[in-house]
Design a protein around this ligand. Structure first.
Ligand code: FAD
Length: 470
């Protein structure tokens, strides 16, 4: 049929990938249309991901810190949690950011078309808007349609007590007993929130450890701490059956070896956090000739081009790691390539952070990966028990580990566990991007006493020159 809108670049999706691409393309002089099925811009990250989870995790951190002030000789009374006010505060943070995007889009004359979009050819997309189907003609497209929650089939999802991360962030109630299925980053962040708010938490994970992608020595301090706080952590275990009963949700557990680690248990709420799947199969990609693999991913080259030269893919939909900062960095590349810039995505590493308590952060090559792939490395781990700042905070349960190339002494990886590990990691990411070696880290003057010194101390350990720990 007739075309309703024309543009240079059509961006499908308004998450961190989509809005970054749209804004960059507009800044580079393109006429841009951004298509988003939801009324709010910002995608998963702003609405039901990174931002609301961090708002609640901050509250969780303050609550547990207040509890633990007793060790300092300061006893605080138990917090009174006004769940509606807490939810309202979280929502207000989200609203500020998503509202901000509307302003940023207007300022750049990026047109937002609201509705579900499906490609109808390699140069057109049909959007199911409130006023019927609108056809957009584009010269270039950037697919930034993101990912959705994965589900284990056969569980009673119609029961409001079975929730996913989106439901957990809605904070409808604080269950007495919460089962978290999945011991990855998202499951553990939500476990951390509900534990602080007073739920008795059980975590069940299929792999033989929590946060499987991180090194075991780095995960250990987190495991030790939450083991004490939570009701139970079952590893190498899956939930084979979940029954919705009037008195609760009954979960049946089975060890990967076929054993039954515990009798079926009742929970007030069950959070499914077993991963995310890309939205590639729901966008009519085949009509545009774009190849989508069996799992729903769309592969892209270093310039973010798909198999169709004028159609690009960025963010969660084009592969792991599914992280907002991967999406935004790929977005800038796609927009710049469309504008004719000779650029490609060339990050040395994409950092990962679990905003648990303690936080876990890693970048570059992990020790596990180096061993598995036979990558030559040397390492040093600085225990925070020797950091004056960590001791002063009453949180010496951290480790800062560096990996370097034995020949060049250049940093090839870093893993940190401890308070603020996510912030601390940035220095090591910069070190790796700049090809820094152990001496660069060791000879950089770090303010004392800071947790940032732990990277310098680890580098000094590596050089065999550590003199003063405190
Ligand atoms: P998305 O954010 O998924 O956005 C895609 C957008 O496209 C959505 O708005 C969707 O509605 C829209 N869309 C899809 N299909 C269509 C269609 N056919 N028509 C119209 N619109 C469509 N990452 C981090 O880096 N740090 C974190 O701390 C972090 N925390 C997280 C916590 C949780 C609970 C979750 C679930 C995720 C978290 N993530 C985090 C991951 C992060 O949210 C994603 O990596 C990021 O949102 C990916 O951005 P994106 O632009 O690729 O896609």
């Amino acid at each position: 049929g007739d075309v309703d809108f024309e543009c240079d670049t059509m961006v499908l999706g308004s998450g961190p990938g989509g809005y970054t691409a749209a804004f960059r393309a507009a800044d580079l002089g393109q006429k841009v249309i951004m298509v988003e099925r939801f009324p709010n811009l910002g995608g998963v990250c702003l609405n039901v991901g990174c931002i609301p989870s961090k708002a609640l995790l901050h509250a969780a951190k303050v609550i547990t810190e207040a509890e633990e002030m007793e060790h300092f000789g300061v006893k605080m009374s138990a917090p009174e949690i006004d769940i509606d006010a807490l939810r309202g505060w979280k929502d207000s943070v989200v609203k500020k950011l998503t509202g901000g995007l509307v302003g940023l889009a207007k300022a750049r004359k990026v047109q937002v078309v609201t509705g579900n979009g499906e490609f109808s050819s390699a140069n057109t997309i049909n959007v199911q808007t409130a006023d019927g189907v609108k056809k957009i003609h584009f010269k270039n497209a950037i697919i930034a349609a993101g990912s959705s929650v994965s589900r284990i089939p056969g569980f009673p999802y119609d029961d409001p007590r079975v929730i996913d991360s989106t439901g957990a962030l809605e904070l409808r109630q604080i269950p007495k007993k919460l089962l978290v299925i999945g011991g990855g980053i998202i499951g553990l962040e939500m476990a951390c929130v509900y534990d602080a708010l007073g739920s008795k938490v059980t975590v069940v994970e299929f792999a033989d450890g929590l946060i499987p992608a991180a090194d075991r020595d780095i995960v250990k301090p987190l495991h030790k701490r939450i083991e004490k706080r939570y009701e139970a952590i079952y590893l190498k275990t899956k939930v084979t059956k979940l029954e919705a009963l009037p008195e609760g949700l009954r979960a049946t557990f089975e060890g990967v070896d076929g054993s039954s680690p515990v009798e079926p248990q009742l929970y007030d709420m069950v959070l499914m956090a077993v991963g995310r799947r890309p939205n590639g199969k729901e966008i009519g990609a085949e009509k545009a000739g774009v190849i989508v693999n069996e799992r729903g991913f769309i592969s892209a080259d270093k310039q973010q081009r798909t198999n169709v030269a004028h159609i690009y893919a960025i963010g969660d939909i084009c592969g792991d790691p599914m992280l907002a900062h991967k999406a935004t960095n790929e977005a800038k590349i796609a927009a710049e390539v469309i504008a004719g810039h000779k650029v490609f995505f060339d990050a040395m590493t994409i950092p990962s952070v679990a905003y648990t308590d303690p936080e876990i952060a890693w970048m570059g090559t992990t020790e596990t990966e180096a061993k598995a792939k036979g990558i030559p490395f040397e390492k040093a781990s600085f225990p925070w028990a020797a950091s004056g700042r960590a001791l002063a905070m009453g949180r010496d349960d951290g480790i800062t580990k560096l990996l370097w190339d034995p020949t060049t002494k250049r940093i090839i990886g870093a893993s940190i566990v401890g308070v603020n590990a996510g912030e601390l990691l940035a220095e090591t990411v910069l070190a790796m991007e700049m090809g820094a070696d152990l001496e660069d880290l060791a000879l950089t003057v770090h303010a004392h006493p800071t947790l940032s010194e732990t990277s310098m101390f680890a580098a000094e350990m590596g050089l065999g020159s550590i003199t003063d720990l405190y």
